[in-house]
Design a protein around this ligand. Structure first.
Ligand code: LER
Ligand code: MN
Length: 271
């Protein structure tokens, strides 16, 4: 398992990010600390100079493991399950741009907040739209060799697909081999009855992993048991990246990113 740091573009609306600002500076800082890769949260891939970013990251020998898409929802209200077909199709277009962007870097694309909210609609109706939209995106991504990961999010951020099991069930109905689960310790700490058991129950579906501590501060600054979580990841044969997605706390961006790295290295070394 290798470590990545989540970075985001300047116009991020979502502040649970270790680094928000200039991507170049963020990637250099991540490299300096010892991270193997970065994950980038992007509202609109069109605002990024892909060639320039690729050459910088190649120079630093840093991979991009995943592309976050939630800012398109937070900043612009784009949702792939919106009842309004014009919003839905704008969201789909945007995500296809994210998939194109990800294909340059061999990165996964995250389907998190961009799934929107159920609101007053029934769960069946909302899930039907979700499966239809993710199915179309999965077909598009397949042609580009890109994988999608659906992230269970806690109840304060969305009102459907909050647990690993709920996402697994939706993916079993979807039946696409390039769509898996992104498990995030912050959300799991709120929603799962038992984090380790849920990871075991969804073992073969887990394709990406986010870490923050219980308070969404850097790992090491809260009370999550990373020892046991990492042992479980090893036990279920997870060999992907661990991306640090935490608030710039304690002490600001760099201090949080350094503490996260130190804490996670300590547990990884014990495996
Ligand atoms: C994004 O990965 C995430 O975890 C969400 O909480 C975004 O709001
Ligand atoms: Mn996350």
């Amino acid at each position: 398992m290798k470590l990545a740091l989540v970075l985001s573009t300047v116009d991020a609306a979502f502040d649970a990010l270790a680094f928000k600002g200039d991507l170049t500076k963020g990637a250099m800082m991540a490299k300096d600390i010892g991270y193997d890769a970065v994950e980038i949260a992007i509202r609109d891939p069109k605002v990024i100079d892909v060639a320039q970013l690729k050459s910088l990251l190649d120079e630093l020998r840093m991979d991009v493991v995943a592309v976050g898409t939630g800012q398109a929802y937070l900043a612009e209200g784009l949702s792939i399950t919106d009842a309004d077909v014009s919003i839905r199709s704008r969201a789909m277009e945007r995500l296809k741009n994210h998939i194109d962007f990800a294909s340059f870097f061999n990165a996964k694309v995250i389907v998190g907040l961009v799934r929107g909210k159920k609101g007053k609609r029934s769960l069946d109706e909302t899930l039907k739209l979700f499966i239809e939209s993710v199915g179309e995106l999965a077909n598009y991504a397949k042609e580009k060799g890109v994988e999608l990961v659906v992230e269970p999010l806690n109840r304060y951020e969305t009102d459907f697909l909050n647990t690993l099991k709920e996402v697994r069930h939706a993916l079993e109905l979807l039946r696409r081999d390039n769509v898996g689960i992104l498990a995030d310790t912050f959300h799991m700490n709120i929603e799962e009855v038992n984090i380790e058991e849920s990871l075991k129950e969804c073992a073969s579906w887990i394709k990406h992993f986010h870490v923050a501590d219980s308070n969404r501060w850097a790992p090491g600054a809260g009370h999550l048991n990373f020892d046991s979580i990492f042992k479980t990841l090893r036990e279920i044969g997870y060999s992907g990246f661990i991306s640090v997605e935490c608030l710039p706390l304690p002490g600001g961006t760099e201090e949080a990113a350094r503490l996260a790295f130190k804490t996670l290295q300590r547990f990884l070394k014990k495996l």
